[in-house]
Design a protein around this ligand. Structure first.
Ligand code: ADP
Length: 476
């Protein structure tokens, strides 16, 4: 089976979020399932550099006012088709934002062109092969599904990585989309008198997925549905949640070159060298109390205000904190106050440091993720893999990936971490205290670490789910 992936990001070439990871990881993981995935991406500078040797497979005399081409090549081991339209995509920096930090004013044109070109490739018209299915990601590619619906072509799957971004534009843009007039309707791209690219895709896709089963349920309600819950309820029968995976080659404590001491579930004692290294990096006093870490954007979504409120009472109980992240000024300041009030017990490093995040996962006893909502979440999966037991809010992908150490799960020997009710500092404190009690007992804690490290967080599991979905939709 051949699947055309249409996504505006592709790790490692262009990344602003989890979308890039999924689009970058799926081709290799799906190859093992017998699916050939060809990735259609905008021709950003990094993509064009990677495709310097590429073949030109199509010329558009005019696309949104200027000539454009489609290039075909291999980048980062992935079969790539790039829409080389310099007037739309040859811009440095963030793919969606200009140098002033605002959306590019022609984003509607840019991604309408991207989706209509994807539709032509999907129909087998221009790149020399016929995909059996098209998989479009987020609002930037969602209109590909509308093109398939109104103009014909293979079935389309639309995946939601972040429902907060919907591609909303004025109705005046509609003639640029290349869709027939009947698409400007409640059943199509129209949204409160304007246009929603994402809604247009969700309304017309053969199937919709999002990145965890719990989030797939949560977005059916008004709280997480962000205005699209009514439509999603109407399409519930074609909506499923498929968890993201992590790159288990890069995130492997047995071979991670970024950590002080490699280890496996059979040699957990070796982890103590990493715990010492972590304590040193964050200026923490060496002791045996529970060492809890956070690696996160510091935003309200991530529950960092709840964390700030929980630190002082937990430090009094003997817990230490290693905090890595950056984000909203007020939250950074709140954490900085806690760090200076509790020297040696609360260490804060402000910034983004990928290498340090490995040191944290390898050394911390627990990784705390108190998000208000979380479509999937990666840090808790790294925690599982590294035996840093996740303490998470019971939402979205966090609820789906961590098995709470309640009595039943402990008795059955399947627990991998701790869950707490979301949006409550008291519930968070209670969960950390439960973790602390188990940590003091030693043996049972190690049993949880072994369970966590044995959990399957690989892409193989997700790829099998996507492959099953594709074959249920396509006749191949
Ligand atoms: P989100 O995409 O909503 O920020 P995820 O948990 O899905 O949350 O992914 C966040 C990713 O970014 C993880 O890989 C995490 O390790 C990484 N990350 C976040 N903040 C930092 C930081 N300050 N330094 C290093 N890595 C970070």
């Amino acid at each position: 089976m051949i699947v055309l992936s249409a996504a505006s990001e592709l790790y490692p070439l262009v990344k602003t979020g989890g979308l890039a990871d999924v689009a970058g990881a799926l081709p290799a993981a799906l190859a093992a399932q017998g699916v050939r995935m060809v990735s259609f991406v905008p021709g950003y500078p990094a993509v064009l550099t990677a495709l310097a040797e590429a073949e030109v497979v199509h010329h558009f005399p005019e696309l949104m006012g200027e000539p454009a081409r489609i290039l075909k090549g291999v980048a980062a081991g992935v079969e790539v088709l790039a829409l080389d339209a310099p007037h739309l995509f040859n811009r440095a920096g963030n793919p969606y934002l200009g140098p002033d930090g605002r959306d590019w004013p022609d984003n509607a044109q840019r991604f309408a062109a991207f989706s209509s070109a994807a539709a032509m490739v999907a129909r087998g018209l221009i790149a020399g092969f016929q995909p059996d299915l098209v998989h479009a990601h987020d609002w930037q590619a969602a209109l590909t599904a509308a093109h398939m619906h109104y103009g014909g072509g293979p079935p389309a799957v639309v995946t939601i990585h972040n429902l907060a971004f919907q591609g909303l534009f004025p109705a005046s843009v509609f003639p640029l989309l290349g869709l027939p007039p009947q698409a400007f309707a409640v059943e199509g791209v129209e949204y409160y008198g304007g246009l929603s690219f994402l809604k247009g895709g969700l309304a017309t896709a053969a199937a919709i997925t999002t990145v965890s089963p719990s989030y797939a349920e949560e977005i059916l309600g008004p709280r997480e549905g962000m205005g699209l819950d009514g439509l999603l309820r109407a399409r519930e029968s074609v909506l499923t949640g498929i968890l993201n995976g992590i790159d288990t080659r890069i995130w492997d404590p047995a071979s991670d070159p970024l950590i002080a001491q490699s280890y496996t579930a059979k040699s957990l004692a070796r982890r103590s060298a990493n715990r010492k290294a972590l304590a040193r990096r964050f200026n923490l006093k060496a002791d045996d109390g529970l060492l809890v870490a956070v690696v996160s954007r510091f935003t309200a979504q991530k529950g960092i205000d709840l964390l700030a409120a929980a630190i002082a009472p937990l430090v009094r109980d003997g817990v230490s904190f290693a905090l890595l992240g950056s984000g909203e000024r007020g939250l950074e300041e709140a954490l900085a106050r806690e760090a200076s009030a509790q020297p040696g017990r609360v260490g804060l490093i402000t910034g983004y440091d990928e290498a340090l995040s490995h040191v944290v996962q390898a050394g911390a006893d627990a990784i705390l993720v108190p998000s208000r909502f979380e479509p999937c979440g990666l840090t808790q999966m790294y925690g599982l893999r590294y035996g840093a037991l996740p303490i998470v809010a019971r939402v979205g992908g966090l609820a789906d990936t961590v098995i709470d150490a309640n009595e039943a799960a402990l008795a059955a020997g399947v627990a991998t971490g701790f869950q707490h009710a979301p949006e409550s500092a008291d519930a968070l404190i209670h969960a950390v205290r439960r973790a602390q009690a188990l940590h003091r007992r030693g043996g049972p804690w190690q049993a949880l670490q072994k369970n966590a490290m044995a959990a399957d967080v690989s892409w193989a599991r997700s790829a099998a789910r996507y492959a099953a979905l594709y074959s249920s939709l396509s006749k191949v």
